[in-house]
Design a protein around this ligand. Structure first.
Ligand SMILES: [Zn+2]
Length: 295
């Protein structure tokens, strides 16, 4: 690896703010190590809500899409990453029984072959060695998150194939694809117990009561990236998305010191790899660093 050819990480996310809640400390750590990190944001978050009571005002709602772009720009600076919007329109989170149909033209309704095209173009231009995205359930069941998973896997497989998307640049095959595994039952339980042990009230009690152990994904974790010293950067990036985060809410209810002590990693599942990297790993670039030097 030379100065001219740094390692590169591409994190694919559904909405502005997702990059700050999933894998943000990992990105900050790699940026500090000299890795180039790019965030691809599939949609503009146009159908998101205002989740911070202090900003739930008509003047904010009126220019929400614009404000979310400004927030994204601040978070990008906090994390030290590059970032691009892929240009799709937020699908919104359908609510009700039965669920209403998705709005016409939204990201989740774009056929995957077409929806993956801007990401294929970005991969061929940015040339990431590693890509992170969501698992097949989207991490949580927002239609845009599931679509983000689908386009990421599709683009990972297509970007290196000269016969696919021939007009979108020179083929580039990323070496590893990861899914975020940040919100697992063991982690939440560990934080919960540590907070109780310190004599404070746990923000996770209700979550844990309703958690279906069948749906826990922790057995799929292959990779734990130590990044506790960047948790504060992660929180600062989240705070930058001021309309999306209640500073007095559950996100910040667990003291940083507890998180750093009890669960000092961000966790991933290695979903695809074209290099050798035996699990368990503690580095998204395990098996990649030597490959890149050899080239
Ligand atoms: Zn999202």
């Amino acid at each position: 690896m030379t100065e001219a050819d740094p390692l590169r990480l591409l994190a694919v996310h559904a909405h502005p703010d997702d990059e700050s809640s999933k894998g943000a400390a990992t990105m900050a750590k790699y940026v500090a190590e000299g890795v180039r990190v790019m965030v691809a944001t599939c949609t503009g978050g146009e159908r998101g809500s205002v989740l911070n009571p202090a900003l739930d005002r008509p003047d904010v709602w009126e220019r929400l899409p614009e404000i979310r772009r400004e927030e994204m720009a601040r978070a990008r600076e906090v994390l030290g990453v590059e970032q691009e919007f892929l240009g799709f329109v937020d699908s919104g989170l359908p609510e009700g029984d039965p669920l209403p149909p998705l709005p016409e033209g939204c990201f989740a309704l774009v056929p995957t072959e077409e929806a993956a095209a801007p990401l294929v173009e970005l991969i061929r231009r940015f040339k990431p060695h590693v890509i992170t995205t969501y698992d097949e359930r989207g991490g949580y069941p927002h239609p845009d998150h599931i679509k983000t998973h689908e386009v990421s896997v599709h683009a990972f497989d297509a970007a290196g194939d000269p016969d696919r998307y021939p007009d979108l640049g020179e083929p580039w095959q990323p070496l590893k694809l990861y899914y975020h595994m940040g919100f697992t039952l063991p982690r939440t339980r560990a934080l919960h117990e540590a907070i109780l042990a310190s004599g404070q009230e746990s923000p996770y009690a209700e979550w844990l009561e309703n958690w279906d152990p069948e749906r826990d994904m922790s057995h799929r974790v292959t990779t734990k990236v130590p990044c506790a010293e960047y948790f504060a950067v992660r929180d600062a990036a989240l705070i930058a998305h001021a309309t999306q985060i209640d500073p007095n809410g559950r996100w910040f209810a667990c003291p940083l010191e507890v998180q750093q002590r009890v669960w000092p990693t961000e966790d991933y599942e290695l979903a695809r790899s074209v290099v050798d990297s035996p699990a368990p790993e503690d580095d998204l670039f395990a098996g990649v660093r030597s490959e890149v030097v050899v080239r």
